[in-house]
Every structure is written in structure tokens, then in C-alpha cells.
Design a protein. Structure first.
Length: 113
């Protein structure tokens, strides 16, 4: 059974940083591209960043240059380093295998002074 558990969210001031982690169960993690999504109140869920098996990355324009996605296949974990946070980054953040229909429970990120 595939399980994804996000952690690392919290309350941070504008300009601050957070590092999100997503731990995956099972033995398929290294075979799939992974993504971080977010959903703000009243808005649709959006794709923020992706990383392939070969470590190729891609970012939404809104986070490019501020967020960095990475993965550690030995730990079955994908990370999202978020710097220079803005109030508009406030959302629940989720990780997901890009091509599998499994979601974690999400982790809340609140950027506020």
C-alpha cells in the first residue's frame, strides 16, 4: 500500500524559510516522478514543483527562484525547501507521485506577520 506523509509546515513570517518533507512507504518511490502541490483557501489545487527519477526539476512561475525540490531515494523522501516566503504562499501543501492516484494528508504552511 502506498502512503505519503508530509511534515515540516508551520507559521512563518514573510521572508522566512521552511523545509517540507514527504516520506513515502513501499518500494516504488525511486521509480516515479514526484510533485509538490498546494491548495489555498477558496482556490484550486495547483502544482508547485516536480522532480523526475533522473532529478530533473520544474517549477511553477510563482515559486521559481524561491523554492527547491529534491529527493533522497535511499530515504524514500522528497523535500521542498521554501525561501523568501510570501503571504500568498499560504496553503496546505501535498506531495504526490505524479502518475499514481495517492495523496498524503497535507501540511499547513501559513505565512503571516
Amino acid at each position: 500500500q502506498v502512503q505519503l506523509v508530509e511534515s515540516g509546515g508551520g507559521l512563518v513570517q514573510p521572508g522566512g524559510s521552511l523545509r517540507l518533507s514527504c516520506a513515502a512507504s513501499g518500494n516504488v518511490f525511486s521509480l516515479y516522478a514526484m510533485g509538490w502541490y498546494r491548495q489555498a483557501p477558496g482556490k484550486e489545487r495547483e502544482l508547485v514543483a516536480t522532480i523526475t527519477r533522473t532529478l530533473s526539476t520544474n517549477y511553477a512561475d510563482s515559486v521559481k527562484g524561491r523554492f527547491t525540490i529534491s529527493r533522497d531515494n535511499a530515504k524514500n523522501t522528497v523535500y521542498l525547501q521554501m525561501n523568501s516566503l510570501k503571504t500568498e504562499d499560504t496553503a496546505v501543501y501535498y506531495c504526490k507521485y505524479l502518475t499514481l492516484p495517492f495523496w498524503g494528508q497535507g501540511t499547513q504552511v501559513t505565512v503571516s506577520s
